[in-house]
Design a protein around this ligand. Structure first.
Ligand SMILES: [Zn+2]
Length: 115
């Protein structure tokens, strides 16, 4: 069972382990293949060129796309993971704070009952 002490300890641990937010990046990584309409031997053979794209969705359904250089892909992949880790930790801390809020309410109600 979750107690106040356990919740506080867990919150402390999560906060201490929170990674630095300076590297975070939201979105997802897609692999596309682009095809030139003419003048390209690779595309004439039907091969095309692989292209990594970062897509970022916004409220309202708009999406922004950023084409990436091959050498940017590893860095972007890492930054996306950092965003997910950071968000997951924030969510967990938020859940604990919600639990503490409900616990405070319950305890103050019980105090009132005793008076
Ligand atoms: Zn081509």
């Amino acid at each position: 069972m979750m107690t106040r002490e356990r919740a506080l300890r867990k919150r402390e641990m999560l906060a201490a382990r929170l990674p630095s937010p300076s590297g975070v990046l939201r979105g997802s990584l897609l692999q596309r293949t682009i095809h030139h309409s003419s003048g390209c031997l690779k595309c004439a053979r039907g091969e095309g060129h692989p292209l990594a794209v970062l897509t970022v969705g916004y409220p309202g359904g708009t999406t922004r796309q950023v084409s990436l250089r091959p050498e940017q892909v590893a860095q972007v992949r890492k930054a996306l993971q950092q965003y997910r880790d950071f968000k997951r930790s924030l969510e967990a801390i938020s859940e604990l704070n919600q639990f503490l809020l409900r616990l405070d309410r319950k305890e103050s109600k019980e105090q009132e009952g005793k008076l």
